[in-house]
Design a protein around this ligand. Sequence first.
Ligand SMILES: NC(=O)C1=CN([C@@H]2O[C@H](COP(=O)(O)OP(=O)(O)OC[C@H]3O[C@@H](n4cnc5c(N)ncnc54)[C@H](OP(=O)(O)O)[C@@H]3O)[C@@H](O)[C@H]2O)C=CC1
Ligand SMILES: O=C(O)[C@@H]1CCC=N1
Length: 274
Amino acid sequence: MHTNNVAILGTGNLGKSIAEGLLSNGQYKPENIYVTRRNTKSIQHLKDKGLQVSSDNTFAVKNCRYIMLCVQPAHLENVLKEIKPYLDPEKHVLLSVIAGISIDNIRDIVGDFPIVRSMPNTAIAVQQSMTCLAFNAKAAHVEADVKEIFNCLGETLVIEEELMAGATVLCSSGIAFNMRFIRAVTQGGIQLGLDADDAQKIAVQVSKGASTLLTINKSHPEQEIDKVTTPEGCTITGLNEMEHQGLSSAVIKGLVGSYKRILDLKEQREKESM
Ligand SMILES: NC(=O)C1=CN([C@@H]2O[C@H](COP(=O)(O)OP(=O)(O)OC[C@H]3O[C@@H](n4cnc5c(N)ncnc54)[C@H](OP(=O)(O)O)[C@@H]3O)[C@@H](O)[C@H]2O)C=CC1
Ligand SMILES: O=C(O)[C@@H]1CCC=N1
């Protein structure tokens, strides 16, 4: 076995994004990435690129060190039970991206094992993920190696596991929230007379510019806003109107709603398994 081979068990939306990210940044050769799902037809393009494509999770586990669990929560138990006989805590590291499933939930099925919870987003496909990571004690020795994998795919932040639900909302759902803001700006731009492609091009580049200003200047958003808002000008007029309509409040309420949904789903799953 290549010491660092990666298995992606459940190559759907996120799993595919991770595979594409690992492949295109060159840190992995295609043959060192094992991807699985039951119906492999829709990941045929990954086979064409040289990845090891299979519907056999145990084959992937036998050949890899890092086992990424990328299935929906409802499928996790079956997958873990299937691969358990082939798992060796001296050889393997389990990395779960599954929202609302704790390290303890996984340990309850596989026993004491190096387990990492990782919360990336679909921008991992283009090496621009924000990935939050939490390690159990058994995985402490792989922290540097795991961070290195994800650092090549964007930014990483190690957090306490109890913050993972909040991090899921900000990191992972956050891509969708940002997309909707960009879409809304595009729609507004069309109403102001720009054609759809031009409006989207402007909206995307402005978002990138705003993020880059905060990253490079290490500034607070309000400092950057003050540089744009000419007294009595159009920016403050638009900004205040957005706030009168509840922009910040809507975003915060959306984040809290999303967070509560993670906790509700977790509670529901726990009740069902009792
Ligand atoms: N999408 C996102 O942006 C993010 C998702 N997550 C988490 O990632 C996980 C996956 O999400 P997402 O990619 O959106 O979901 P998808 O449904 O797109 O992907 C899950 C995949 O798992 C496969 N699968 C199901 N059962 C098995 C099995 N027994 N063996 C192997 N593969 C199996 C399914 O394919 P098939 O039916 O062919 O087997 C499916 O393609 C979820 O737990 C979610 O919480 C976390 C952060 C972000
Ligand atoms: O919406 C969801 O439940 C999953 C987890 C985070 C992103 N997608």
